[in-house]
Design a protein around this ligand. Sequence first.
Ligand SMILES: Cc1ncc(COP(=O)(O)O)c(C=O)c1O
Length: 426
Amino acid sequence: MKLDVLRPGWDQLQEEGIVNAEGARLFRSDGSSLLDAAGQFGVNAIGFGRKDIADVIAETIWKRSHLSPTLQCPERIALAEVLKQKWLHPNLDRVHFVNSGSEANEAAIRLARHYHYLRGKRTKWKIISREYSYHGTTMGALSMTTNAFRRKGLEPYLAEMPVVPSCYCAEGESENSVNKALDALRATIESHGADSIAAMIVEPIGASSSGATASPPEYWQEVEELCRQHDILLISDEVVTGFGRTGSRMGYDQAGFVPDIISMAKGLTGGYGALGAVSGRGEIFEVLEAGGLPLFYHTLGGNPPACAAAFENLKVIEEENLLDRVDDMGSRLGELLRPLRFQKGVKDVRGVGMLWAVEVEPLPGLDIKPSALIVKKGIEKGVFYWPGGVSEDHNIICFAPPFTVSEEDLIRMVVVLEDVISELYL
Ligand SMILES: Cc1ncc(COP(=O)(O)O)c(C=O)c1O
């Protein structure tokens, strides 16, 4: 039986798949290997193959396997505590565990909507989202997603949400872009009416749809202020940017704002378990509790072995000082990638911490997108790149390697990309 719909360019990997993984390397059954330049896109932080984590997970499966998400257990309690003590802004003092990033964003929608609804503000339901965004594959999260490729054909199921421009500033354009983006946000709030808007969702640094785009602090300060003025909750989607990926603990720390609600997944367990989470200001959760509306219920949400995996993953990040390593190796990755800007076919190179993107020019006359072709060629040369971009412009190669990646492996990832690009853009 075929497993899934094939992604263009990945077919060569599907026959036997990956049988083993170690550090930043994926192994096939014939012993050949691929470097994983994107850590399964922002999932793997501490590297593959940590046997000690697998042992803790096995012990938890043996002792408790799964318990209903409404029951407490040591793994959930310990993880919630470490999030509060070490990772999240003090305002974010409640957490609810789910299974994935999409579910975390669904839960964020519910939190925002029920918070207003139960306070008698029943017309507030819309969620402002930004251009070039992706928030998940479920219909609520997809309604807030502007990446047209991800929405294609599903539009009848999706709620109409207000969309504002994102604010990526190319060098020297900062003030102009910030003003334009903020004017558009003000106009959107005014035209829809603040009394119809429950929340605004943002990726603090763009993930694969926009490719590591950052906005200046003055933009974020004003976004935060406008949301507060209009009783609009600010949701930060930290599915990719959370847990050190950008060099700060959370993406909102890096960007310079404080959200009301955040969604998390990927780097939370580093791939050692399937877990997502939503966190928010205590007051928001208290309104839901007082109103008797339970937040969300997924039978397998907050799976104890996955919570144990997350706890251990975060412990490794702390104990091995991996945030410092993100700073060091992230700067090195930037140094290696920036010269590609001057290569034929390359439009832009940008990034922060261990989240980088190389944007290439379209390749006219081919029925495969540039990113898919680069992924295909990369696999042939032993590096697995992650394709990004939106819709017709699927022209971004994303870098998000494990924080533990060696300099030698980083060099190889960049050299092979340079090579592939020079073969394609003659
Ligand atoms: C920014 C962002 N939010 C949400 C999601 C959805 O997460 P998941 O695939 O775990 O459902 C993704 C997935 O790539 C993402 O990049």
